[in-house]
Design a protein around this ligand. Structure first.
Ligand code: F6R
Length: 611
């Protein structure tokens, strides 16, 4: 939530900062701003997208080789010009950009107001920069020390960058709970919320850790922790290509990412499955083989789409590894007093690896002695660094705010984890594993085939684009697929949609059904096929409009449903990977037809770093 970019070096900072903000716009897009130092600090900010800021800043002096920028997802204070970042101190010497929440800002603000500070915005961020100014005024400390003292006084999460007109050859960056990456160039440094604004300039990056402050000059970088101890940073080499961050000829990132799924699922399995000998190898968790053999219970924690993937994981792990699994919303789990023991294994799933609630759930489970695995997409993000072990999904950068390829990659990893644990515990025979892995290996081609329904799905979308509500129903592991289908539709097209287990329909949602109501069924030819057919009949008897996702060649459902979309035949274990595809496409097309901003739906941000 909120994207921040900074640059100090020998080039013009503005183009670097603006390009970086475009890359980070997925993190928030209700207002944007930049600050540049050219003798003194100049700040330009505007409600709206980064492109509105660019328009606003046309024709003004944008020179300066030190600069920073921010794209906002509002927490404190409505999206407006005055609440946009950067924010300045009362004397205008200091300027800050911030991602996160200062939880005790109200108390600090009260004290500062009593001392005569005047605030120009409703934000917690402005309070922080006034606090630094106040500390300097009261104590005479230099900026570095004043920032450190101020950060010791605040409660909450932050990634910040500060610049000062008193010392125009320095940027100060700090993090606690919100990500910050420093790109290391020759005579220049880059700062950003993730590596995407940095990759075209340097592959060398430092992931700042919590409670670290970086003091950055053109030719000098010093990192200390908040207690003033000097830290030795580790320089990572980025494995990220520029073309991964472009639309590549597609109208939207979401469509590109939907079409990338055959590749992303293949990448996710590469080097991990050996179908001929029936073996799964997961290097990231292999040290925990003994633990897996004896594990009593697995708790999966996640939010949103990742939570849906967790529900699919529950079916697979229980089916094949025979270990009880509980799937928890991270936000609920962290505020209960959950019973967790050292025997438990917690699997935290997160595309971004930065979700605040998931991180807090991990910390809680860790305190109670559980072993924690991460299933993350963004390499080097916070979650993979606080878990004991993990498996990356390797889907590549996901830029569309609505998660698509990350979901299928998460489901793929969880499938591999289920088979891996089953293999260790001896709950699956070698021949069954050979059979399943052989079929799993074919899934990328079958996903490709499922994508072939795009035009047909587009025609169906045309019929339902003006619907006000929609139900998604499925049984077994198709129930989480139904939940995911409903989430996609509501988040990008703003149509109210609900996902339900098909059998639950009779316990309430059936009351909603009339001739206006589209009901999407996942009705593939597997264990609950006959039961789902009965549910379809119940909907048809009430004049509902049925769109069914069926196994190719199906005739029974075809005879009943208003519209069908075929997906290739596969083992029941892999249905979620295929059935998800038409649901993603239908939401995409409906959103486009309704004129919605598919990649940046209203009120959302890709990375939810506030609770
Ligand atoms: C929906 C979506 C969100 C995320 C959720 C968790 O399309 O993207 O529901 O799944 O915010 O995010 P991560 O996986 O980054 O922890």
């Amino acid at each position: 939530m909120c994207g921040i970019v900074g640059y100090i070096g020998y080039r013009d900072a503005y183009p670097i900062v603006i390009k970086g903000l475009h890359r980070l716009e997925y993190r928030g897009y209700d207002s944007a701003g930049v600050a540049l130092i050219d003798k003194d600090i100049k700040v330009y900010k505007k409600a709206g997208k980064v492109s509105d800021l660019e328009e606003f800043a046309k024709g003004v002096n944008l020179h300066g080789t030190i600069g920073m920028g921010h794209t906002r997802w509002a927490t404190h204070g409505a999206p407006s010009d005055r609440n946009s970042h950067p924010h300045s101190s009362g004397d205008r010497r200091l300027t800050i950009i911030h991602n996160g929440i200062i939880e005790n800002y109200a108390v600090i603000k009260e004290t500062l107001l009593a001392k005569g500070h005047i605030f120009l915005s409703d934000t917690d961020t402005e309070v922080l920069i006034h606090l630094v100014e106040d500390i300097q005024k009261e104590t005479g400390l230099d900026l570095r020390e004043a920032v450190r003292v101020a950060l010791n006084k605040v409660v909450g999460a932050y990634a910040i960058v500060i610049m000062s007109s008193d010392d125009p050859d320095q940027l100060i960056a700090a993090r606690k709970g919100s990500p910050l990456v420093i790109g290391v160039g020759e005579g220049e440094y880059f700062i950003a919320s993730d590596a995407t604004p940095i990759v075209e300039y340097t592959k060398n990056v430092i992931y700042l850790n919590d409670n670290e402050i970086a003091y950055i000059r053109r030719n000098d970088l010093l990192i200390k922790n908040i207690d003033n101890t000097v830290q030795t940073p580790y320089i990572h080499e980025l494995d990220l290509k520029l073309e991964m961050l472009e639309k590549g000829g597609y109208d939207h990132f979401m469509l590109k990412e939907i079409y990338e799924q055959p590749r992303s699922i293949r990448d996710c399995m590469r080097g991990r499955i050996y179908p001929k000998i029936g073996k799964v190898q997961l290097g990231g968790i292999k040290e925990y083989t003994e633990k897996l053999k004896n594990v009593d219970r697995i708790i999966i924690v996640a939010c949103g789409t990742s939570w849906h993937a967790g529900l699919v994981g529950e079916y697979l792990i229980e089916e094949y590894a025979r270990v009880p699994v509980e799937v928890e919303y991270a936000s609920e789990f962290r505020y209960r007093n959950p019973i967790i023991t050292e025997k438990d294994l917690v699997i935290a799933i997160s595309q971004s690896g930065e979700t605040a609630d998931t991180m807090a759930a991990i910390e809680l489970a860790k305190e109670k002695g559980a072993t924690i695995f991460g299933v993350c997409n963004v390499v080097g993000a916070s979650i993979p660094r606080i878990t004991h072990a993990g498996v990356y999904t390797h889907a590549g950068p996901e830029i569309g705010v609505a998660s698509t390829k990350a979901f299928t990659a998460q489901v793929t990893v969880l499938t591999l984890i289920a088979f891996y644990i089953a293999q260790q515990r001896g709950t699956i025979t070698q021949s069954k594993l050979i059979e399943l892995l052989t079929e799993l290996n074919e899934i990328p081609e079958l996903v490709e085939k499922a994508l072939g329904s795009n035009e047909h799905v587009q025609q169906i979308a045309e019929k339902f684009k003006d619907s006000r509500n929609c139900l998604f129903l499925g049984r077994g592991s198709s129930f989480p697929v139904a939940l995911e289908g409903a989430l996609k539709l509501k988040e990008i097209s703003y149509i109210h949609a609900e996902g339900y287990p098909a059998a639950e329909m009779k316990h309430g949602p059936i009351a909603l059904i009339d001739e206006e109501m589209p009901v999407v069924f996942i009705a593939t030819k597997h264990s609950s096929y006959e039961k789902v057919i009965s549910n379809i009949q119940e909907v048809k008897a009430r004049k509902g409009k049925v769109i069914a996702i069926v196994t190719e060649g199906d005739t029974d459902v075809k005879a009943m449903a208003d519209y069908v979309v075929e997906i290739p035949q596969t083992d029941e274990a892999f249905v979620p990977l295929l059935a998800t595809i038409p649901l993603q496409l239908i939401s995409y097309h409906i959103a486009v037809m309704r004129g919605c901003n598919v990649d940046q739906p209203r009120n959302l941000a890709k990375s939810v770093t506030v609770e």
